[in-house]
Design a protein around this ligand. Structure first.
Ligand code: NAD
Length: 486
């Protein structure tokens, strides 16, 4: 198929969005955005310099002044309107996501609805920011506790969910009364550029939301973190970069909210409903072609179910249609770039070298496009790289286990702790096992945990803080206590 980039991008601006205006970058620098399905450039986008980012912070400072004084209801109504506008633009936004990220249209449509929901959910949270008042035990004074917007938030987002990872941060930040500067991933800046005018249309004043794509991410983010006006840094991406940002944030004691890498175990106990487990595995593995931090990475299947589970799962994986995500009926699009495909191919090669059996896939189809076929490996060695590393691709690595004790030990023997999946017909056994897992989120008889109404986040090297639920807004609030006598 030939993709008509101009019509898919009709109305999308590709400059910097600062203070409610499209601005040219000071340096005049631009960078290409590549279509991962064809390897062709889609368009170019303005690259912000540190000077542009300073202008964005100046705008955010003015934006904070206006926005933090709005009533919670006004803020909530703008967010609610933003949800409506995103749903109005649902199909257009989904196509832009597919274009630059590669995911299938059905995944992209799901992402737009999920992303928009962070605006609706936080519209409701905006009016429920509660403080408290109590008697000081001894002095006779009152202890009054209330919450204020934390200040300017710097939001740095990844390429795998270009809409949802942004709205999951913008929604609570705006509900709390903060202003923001967003640095979208360089591989996928177009979605955010398409989205931001909707916030303006919804009534969010100039300066409250600023967008600065940049090919110099490291420099511009470091420079913004060195500016005392930034009080929160919310980052979603790799643990490696997250770690660097935490240490940069330390200098000005900026609050870090970090959603980092994962390596989710997918556990099928001997009493699991096998068909439900296979269905759950398809969702947990293949949403977003496996390019999700919540993606099932290590499959632990009870010895008694191993053969049947592997066979059914491999048949489902092998039947998925791979192709350009913009074509209806395709469920597996390309990976984000050539390096991502190389990584996935080398993980599979390493596993096979260590004795794994390939049940389906295991190769890249002929190009163009960064495609890799859905792959299932069984008899995978415990020390294979595919088990230790986050795969971030459509590859499932299955190992057998015999006892609950053993599987808990295997699942927890990992530096990451974002998500785990457990399948069992016995809810009590499943819950007890879930509680023992060192992760922030568990899908119990479910292959999907993400929900704007639930606290998303991890433990260990998977992150700090939570997004969504009633917890998400807390990252953008400061607590103030007033000792008062009356
Ligand atoms: P990445 O860390 O390479 O990039 C994330 C963002 O940081 C991008 O905007 C990038 O331009 C920017 N960046 C890169 N280097 C930087 C630096 N030195 N200083 C400042 N900014 C920098 O991650 P990615 O490849 O875009 O995303 C994949 C990773 O994200 C995976 O590890 C995945 O697990 C993780 N992820 C986590 C969650 C979660 O909620 N826990 C969600 C999605 C993705």
């Amino acid at each position: 198929m030939t993709t008509d980039y101009a019509s898919l991008l009709a109305g999308v601006h590709t400059d910097l969005w600062i203070d409610g205006n499209w601005c040219l970058p000071h340096s005049g620098e631009r960078f290409e955005v590549i279509d991962p399905a064809t390897e062709r450039p889609i368009t170019t986008v303005a690259s912000a310099s540190s000077e542009d980012c300073r202008a964005a912070l100046d705008a955010a400072e003015r934006g904070l002044e206006t926005w933090s004084r709005k009533s919670p209801r006004e803020r909530g109504e703008a967010l609610r309107k933003a949800w409506e506008l995103m749903m109005r633009e649902h199909e257009r936004l989904a196509r832009i996501i597919t274009l630059e990220n590669g995911k299938s249209l059905s995944d992209a449509r799901g992402e737009v609805a999920y992303a928009a929901e962070f605006f609706r959910w936080n519209a409701e949270e905006a009016v429920r920011i509660c403080g408290r008042i109590s008697h000081a035990p001894q002095s006779g004074a009152r202890i009054m506790v209330h919450h204020k917007p934390a200040g300017i938030a710097l939001l740095v987002t990844p390429w795998n969910f270009p809409a949802a990872m942004a709205t999951r941060k913008i929604g609570p930040a705006l509900a709390a009364g903060c202003s923001v500067v967003i640095k979208p991933a360089s591989a996928t800046p177009l979605t955010m550029l398409a989205l931001v005018p909707l916030l303006a249309e919804a009534g969010v004043p100039p300066g409250v939301v600023n967008v600065v794509p940049s090919r110099r991410s490291r420099q511009v983010v470091a420079d913004m973190l060195a500016d005392l006006r930034v009080r929160v840094v919310s980052f979603t991406g790799s643990t490696e970069v997250g770690r660097a940002l935490i240490s940069e944030a330390a200098h000005n004691v900026v609050r870090p909210c970090m959603e980092l890498g994962g390596n989710a175990p997918f556990i099928v106990l001997d009493d699991a409903d096998l068909d439900a487990a296979v269905e759950g595995a398809m969702i947990a593995k293949m949403r977003n072609m496996g390019e999700a931090c919540t993606a099932a990475n290590r499959f632990y299947v009870h010895q008694s179910l191993l053969a049947e589970f592997s066979e059914k799962f491999a048949a489902r994986m092998g039947a998925l249609k791979t192709g350009n995500g913009l074509s209806e009926g395709v469920s597996v699009g390309p990976l984000i770039d050539a390096a991502a495909r190389e990584r996935v191919a080398s993980l599979v090669a390493d596993a096979v070298r260590r004795g794994a059996r390939l049940l389906t896939g295991g190769r890249a189809p002929t190009g163009p496009g960064f495609f890799y076929l859905p792959t299932v490996l069984t008899d995978v060695a415990a020390d294979a790289a595919v088990v230790r590393d986050e795969i971030f691709g459509p590859v499932a690595a299955i190992q057998a286990f015999r006892t609950d004790e053993e599987v808990v030990r295997l699942a927890n023997a990992c530096e990451f702790g974002l998500t785990a999946y457990v399948f069992s017909r016995d809810l009590s056994r499943g819950l007890q096992l879930s509680e023992r897992l060192e992760v922030g989120m568990v899908g119990l008889n479910r292959g999907l945990v993400s929900d704007p109404a639930a606290p998303f986040g991890g433990v260990k090297l998977s992150g700090l803080g939570r997004e969504g639920g009633s917890e998400g807004i807390q990252e953008y609030l400061e607590t103030q206590y007033i000792a008062v006598r009356w």
